[in-house]
Design a protein around this ligand. Structure first.
Ligand SMILES: N[C@@H](CCC(=O)N[C@@H](CS)C(=O)NCC(=O)O)C(=O)O
Length: 234
């Protein structure tokens, strides 16, 4: 398999071009894909996109993702046996679920419901928790006016309440079927409490079902592995 038609392989050479090529960093969006790859057992080769050196802004990375964000993949053996490049973590999760036949319910109605919760993460949890991180931990924390932060605290609490209600009497988002909806959502909940240090601010104690499922999620061996892939350089 020759991937030389993809300029990204000039900066990140494929040592195993027959495997799925993953370009990522262990952030909440990045680990969705490494966890999925670990869970399904699909063969892949991880490449570190280092934000410290602005790798995501290089022409080589841009050639794969015009939006300059991780994660992105190339599957050398895509539909029709042709290579397929993809960005947007939600699209990648659906693709890998279809390719492996795992982690998306087979039943058509349940499949759409799992995708619905995946979209709830992509359009709600990710963007809102991300803004809260900015206003609580990063540059926004020095802003005197706390109204923007409080707006994202309120919206994050609202989303956590939606999630908590869904998880009442359920082991996972799709009941007993662990799925790509869980893989999309729980890295963000973990990040909100951990890296963003916003657990108290959003009142996590009010969402015991979310806490319970987060604990079950991080206890999965494939999740523990995926959370550290690709290895950071320092
Ligand atoms: N909707 C995109 C979001 C991807 C995203 O925001 N990635 C962040 C890391 S979590 C990123 O690459 N940030 C680098 C930058 O903005 O320069 C997805 O889910 O793939």
């Amino acid at each position: 398999m020759n991937l030389s038609a993809f300029p990204i392989t000039q900066k990140w050479p494929a040592r195993h071009p027959e495997r799925i090529q993953l370009y990522s960093l262990p952030t909440p969006n990045g680990v969705k894909v490494s966890i999925m790859l670990e869970e399904t057992g699909l063969a892949y080769e991880p490449h570190l996109v280092d934000f410290g050196s602005n790798d995501q802004m290089t022409p080589e990375f841009h050639s794969l993702n015009p939006n300059n964000k991780i994660p992105a993949i190339i599957d050398p053996d895509g539909p029709g046996g042709k290579p397929l490049a993809l960005f947007e973590s939600g699209a990648i999760l659906i693709y890998l679920a279809d390719k492996s036949g795992k982690l998306l319910p087979q039943d058509p109605a349940e499949r759409y419901q799992a995708i619905q919760w995946l979209m709830f993460q992509m359009g709600g949890i990710g963007p809102m928790f991300g803004q809260l991180g900015f206003f609580n931990k990063f540059a926004g924390k020095d802003f005197e006016d706390k109204r923007p932060r409080d707006r994202y605290v309120a919206e994050s609490r609202r989303l956590l309440a939606v999630l908590d209600e869904r998880l009442e009497h359920r082991a996972w988002i799709m009941s007993d079927q662990y799925s790509i909806a869980d893989i999309a959502i729980f890295p963000w909940v973990r990040n909100l409490i951990g890296f963003y240090e916003a657990g108290e601010l959003v009142g996590m104690a009010d969402f015991p079902n979310v806490t319970r499922v987060l604990e079950a999620f991080v206890a999965r061996p494939a999740v523990a592995r995926g959370l550290t892939i690709p290895k950071r350089s320092s």
